[in-house]
Write a protein that binds this ligand. Structure first.
Ligand code: FAD
Length: 359
């Protein structure tokens, strides 16, 4: 009698319906951490309040801003701004220790707030500060964090956060849910979500909470803030017009044509990854999955093929003009206007035409 090989275990098919742990039901509300530096709130916080509002409405819960900082007029102003952009209430942690961002006291303040008031969702900007804080808060709370999300929704089946982000080098999107832990944390890069219209007539309530730390509890000290004078201060994320160059420009000296056109248009300069990696421009000018996400009114791409990793960083631009000598270049699939030709001839012609037109 011949023996048959055991059949392999059946692969799961389709979506698995998952019931939430009833203990998690105590967690309610959507929170947005309001990031600020040198007296100004970061716009990404307001973009997140716009998304947070939609999530809170879908769940039928309140939207809260979280403001932390030294006591003073600024923190109240950030709360007022949070209300204008959709928050119903603000949790406010004020202490002189929080004057400058340091990971330890901010992590302590935010994790304490979460443990006391138990939000179900906590959103932060994927900025340098936000990434630092989100990682340590998620680890301290032992909960799930989905970084660099491009879309946030509520799963109607189980009311959990469905956080979508690129994966496999940007070639796929995956949606991640944190089913067994709370809060569900996510970070979103600046400009990925649109900025809602502020309503200056909106107001809300402020819930104050103590920090409960003394300076000697904290091992890191901020001695001085020295702005980096040498850093190329690219303001790509919030630019209205961007002129970007890619490998099709062939030589670093040809990249000057991008600077020339940008200057005439009052635009910022962007680049694809091969260009920043070759050192033609600084890395903070890279647009794309591992660079900046931009959504200007006008994006001019010269000598850029339109690879998915570049596209995800700029496809939300209002108008995209592509200059490429290959009529089959992928960028023509999503550009608003396409110019087929040699960028080294077209860029100077455009610069001259705009110079005359705008004179
Ligand atoms: P190429 O793909 O080489 O395209 C050059 C284009 O120029 C071609 O379409 C060609 O037809 C055209 N051309 C040539 N000569 C001329 C001419 N004389 N005039 C006009 N057109 C001309 N890339 C990014 O940009 N940003 C990112 O954030 C990013 N992140 C990445 C992350 C990962 C994990 C990976 C794997 C890749 C990433 N990349 C990123 C790289 C990305 O996959 C592409 O390789 C890159 O975007 C290509 O850059 P490019 O279009 O300048 O160059």
């Amino acid at each position: 009698m011949s023996e048959q090989a055991p059949s392999p275990p059946a692969r799961p098919t389709g979506r698995r319906k998952v019931e939430l742990d009833p203990r998690l039901a105590a967690y309610k509300g959507v929170w947005v951490f309001i990031e600020h530096e040198r007296g100004a709130a970061h716009q990404v916080s307001f973009e997140l309040l716009g998304e947070g509002r939609k999530l809170a409405d879908a769940l039928g819960v309140e939207l809260a801003g979280v403001v932390m900082g030294a006591p003073g007029e600024a923190t109240r102003r950030f709360c007022a701004q949070a209300f204008h952009y959709g928050a119903d209430l603000c949790y406010l942690v004020e202490d002189p220790i929080l004057a400058e961002y340091r990971n330890e006291p901010y992590t302590r303040g935010l994790t304490d707030l979460v443990n006391v008031f138990q939000p179900e969702i906590l959103l932060l900007g994927a900025t340098t500060l936000g990434r630092d804080l989100a990682g340590s808060v998620a680890t301290t709370l032992q909960t799930g964090l989905t970084a660099d999300c491009t879309e946030l929704n509520i799963d109607p089946e189980n009311r959990s956060l469905a956080a979508t982000r690129p994966t496999f080098g940007g070639s796929l999107l995956c949606t991640i849910q944190t089913l067994n832990y709370r809060p569900q944390m996510a970070t979103v890069r600046p400009r990925v979500m649109s900025l809602p219209e502020p309503d200056t007539g909106r107001s809300g309530r402020i819930v104050e909470h103590p920090l409960g730390l003394v300076e000697t509890d904290i091992v890191t000290k901020v001695l001085e803030f020295i702005p980096d004078q040498n850093r190329d201060q690219a303001q790509l994320a919030y630019a209205d017009i961007i002129v970007s160059g890619g490998r099709g420009l062939k030589r670093p000296e040809n990249f000057q044509l991008i600077w020339d056109l940008a200057k005439v248009l009052g635009a910022e300069v962007g680049a694809s990854r091969p260009v920043t990696q070759a050192g033609w421009v600084s890395a903070d000018r890279q647009v794309g999955q591992t660079g900046k996400t931009v959504r200007p009114k006008l994006y001019i791409a010269a000598g850029i093929s339109g690879a998915i990793q570049h596209r995800v960083g700029m496809e939300a631009s209002d108008v995209i003009i592509a200059i490429n000598e290959d009529p089959a270049a992928p960028i023509f699939d999503f550009a608003t206007y396409g110019i087929v030709g040699n960028a080294m001839q077209i860029l100077p012609a455009l610069t001259e035409a705009f110079r005359q037109h705008l004179a």
